[in-house]
Ligand binder design. Structure first.
Ligand code: BGC
Length: 504
């Protein structure tokens, strides 16, 4: 009875907010993309989805044989590193409540669902000798239910949650990781590849390598900037290529799917038309991984090799902290992506910082750039997130022009707030970014899918539960952890149904 009346209250509140917001449609938008290019409608084969990640939603951190990930140990050992001292031990509890997520996915009518597999849930020690059938059963259940409801599964192999057992071996700084990852990928293809046709190997390598192995504020908290973070990026590239090549050699003929990688990137603008600073910034961010995989020549961006070899010499090192890939790896990595997964949230202005900033050595110091925002850009709850929809359009055009118009899947894009159901800001953000994607498509960019982050409010890494990105609110304090649609969910559903960037 208590639960029932609580739910009723939420629905009434939602209806009230919904009616109120309709009258507020003309209120000032947080951001808009004013220009439109070409047709109003997405191509018929363009698809729409939503995204989540295992550690952020699953809970059940120590159940049914799951091993530890570095996020379990980080949040348990260092609660002070999380704004509200929370963790993903229970969270939205999707491990036990997938039916509720499925109901939301069906309500949205998404074409696909991007979720990640928890490596230590299926291989508790990271190694195939430790296979956990219950973990495999869970993901089989998820995949089968998605498919039987007409929703395509799209799987990220690892979204930050490295098995602790592999981190103990040095994680991404030990090249043995490449072998572990290849066997893990093999296990995934073998168990799920008959039904999963789109694989993302890694999510946002820059975002776990630089803070995780450079500046020490992300697990595994290594402080070796300019060295271990560069090793992490290189190991990631090689492991990605190994998993890609394995798929092509052993599975592609029978399974016929695609394998790509997800890279996060901002677009960079110059207030003074300094194209060199813009190019330097793009190469040091997106280009760091995208150039070796998607450019025609392969290898790291020339500017990075040149800078870092020279800086390493000045530092008196015996060998460079980053050097050109040798031909075997260069060729294995070049072309090892059927699509580029792009996470886009925001943009910045950039200019050269001379003298360079940042500790020596570090990515900041090597890149010697400084970043700025436009005072007109509206900020989300997250301090780093400003609404710059034109940045997405320009970034997609930059990828079209620099990487031979490779297929791009937008694997994440979203807006944070306090968690209100009347989330008109999220609708403005979504609408403006969808228009940016449509403009890019109409300008010949090979974008095939858009994925909104996120399906539900979830554990936002160091921000804990203080920032919300969901289309659905999750009542974390109730026993049932109800998923309640926000106004943006209703908006997105109408976009998906009509394949059109509709007005509110
Ligand atoms: C990550 C997500 C995260 C989102 C919002 C992305 O960089 O992939 O896991 O929740 O940003 O911060």
């Amino acid at each position: 009875m208590k639960k029932y009346s609580y739910h009723l209250l939420l629905v009434v509140a939602f209806c009230f907010l919904h009616t109120r917001s309709v009258t507020a449609i003309n209120a000032q938008k947080i951001c808009e993309l004013k220009h439109k290019i070409g047709s109003e409608k997405f191509p018929s084969n363009f698809s729409f989805g939503v995204s989540t990640a295992a550690y952020q939603i699953e809970g059940a951190w120590n159940e049914d044989g799951k091993g530890l990930s570095i996020w379990d140990t980080f949040t348990h050992d260092h609660p002070e590193m999380i704004d509200d001292r929370s963790n993903g031990d229970i969270g939205p509890d999707s491990y036990h409540r997938f039916e509720q997520d499925l109901a939301a996915l069906k309500e949205l009518k998404v074409n696909f669902y991007r979720f990640s597999i928890s490596w230590p849930r299926i291989l508790p020690n990271g190694d195939i000798s430790s296979k956990n059938q219950k973990g495999i059963d869970y993901y089989n259940m998820v995949i089968n239910k998605l498919i039987s409801n007409g929703i395509e599964p799209m799987v990220t192999m690892i979204h930050y949650d490295l098995p602790q057992a592999l981190s103990d071996l040095g994680g991404f700084t030990n090249e043995i990781f490449i072998k572990y990852f290849r066997y893990y990928a093999d296990t995934l293809y073998e168990n799920f590849g008959d039904r999963v046709k789109v694989w993302v190997t890694f999510n946002e390598p820059f975002d776990y390598c630089v803070p995780g192995y450079g500046s020490c504020n992300f697990p595994p908290m290594v402080r070796a900037s300019g060295v271990a973070d560069y090793m992490c990026m290189e190991t990631t590239l090689k492991a990605h290529a190994a998993a890609y090549r394995l798929y092509k050699a052993k599975y592609f003929e029978t399974q016929g799917g695609k394998v790509g990688i997800t890279i996060s990137s901002r677009f960079l603008y110059s207030k003074t038309n300094d194209n060199d600073a813009v190019d330097r910034g793009m190469q040091y961010s997106l280009g760091w991984l995208a150039h070796p995989i998607f450019s025609l020549s392969g290898n790291y961006p020339y500017i990075m090799i040149e800078d870092i070899v020279s800086n390493s010499q000045k530092e008196g090192r015996a060998w460079p902290r980053l050097s050109a890939l040798k031909s075997w790896w260069l060729n294995a990595i070049k072309g090892s992506g059927d699509f580029l997964g792009l996470n886009y949230y925001s943009s910045r202005y950039v200019e050269e910082a001379l003298p360079p900033k940042g500790v020596v050595p570090s990515w900041d110091h090597d890149a010697h750039l400084k970043y700025d925002i436009d005072s007109k850009w509206r900020r989300a709850k997250s301090t780093w997130l400003y609404c710059v929809p034109e940045g997405l359009e320009d970034l997609l055009k930059w990828i079209r022009d620099n990487y031979n118009n490779v297929e791009v899947i937008i694997t994440e894009n979203g807006w944070s707030d306090e968690g209100t159901l009347d989330d008109s800001e999220r609708i403005d953000y979504l609408k403006a970014h969808l228009q940016a994607v449509l403009n890019a498509v109409n300008s010949g960019c090979n974008v095939s899918r858009y994925t909104h982050w996120s399906l539900i409010d979830n554990f936002e890494w160091q921000r804990g539960y203080t920032e919300k990105f969901g289309l659905y609110y999750v009542n974390l304090t109730s026993e049932n952890k109800e998923r309640i649609p926000k106004r943006s969910a209703i908006y997105y559903k109408r976009v998906i149904e009509t394949k059109t960037v509709i007005d509110n």
